[in-house]
Design a protein. Structure first.
Length: 128
């Protein structure tokens, strides 16, 4: 008996449900656009941050301390927050280009307090 009720549901009700969902989707889109980090520039900057941090984590030239700082930063902060903060710093500095991956990585790494490459204080093997 139950199957016949489900199969007998008019197709017009499904079409009505689709039309009712469209304004809700439009409202959600407007809300997303007003959310910080939802602009195309912020999203693209977030992609650059994730790619550059991923490359740094896979690099042999990055120290364990730097990798640890990157992992901790990504674990504790959403990429959206990093992207917005990076964009704010780049907007305040005329020398930085928001489309240059090196600039975006440098600012994001500074925000995450990733230590810079420094000679070994314990007098190691000179970086070999």
């Amino acid at each position: 008996m139950r199957k016949s009720v489900l199969l007998a549901a008019p197709a017009a009700s499904f079409a009505k449900d689709k039309d009712a969902a469209k304004p809700a989707a439009d409202k959600a889109g407007a809300k997303a656009a007003a959310t910080p980090g939802a602009t195309p520039e912020d999203i693209q900057r977030g992609v650059i941050i994730v790619r550059s941090f991923s490359g740094a984590l896979n690099s042999n030239k990055v120290t364990k301390e730097q990798k640890g700082a990157i992992i901790a930063c990504l674990y504790n902060n959403p990429v959206r927050r990093l992207s917005v903060a990076t964009g704010e710093v780049i907007a305040k500095n005329d020398k930085l280009d928001g489309k240059n991956p090196a600039h975006v990585y440098g600012v994001a790494a500074a925000i995450c307090k990733v230590p810079r490459n420094a000679p070994d204080a314990a007098g190691g093997d000179g970086g070999r």
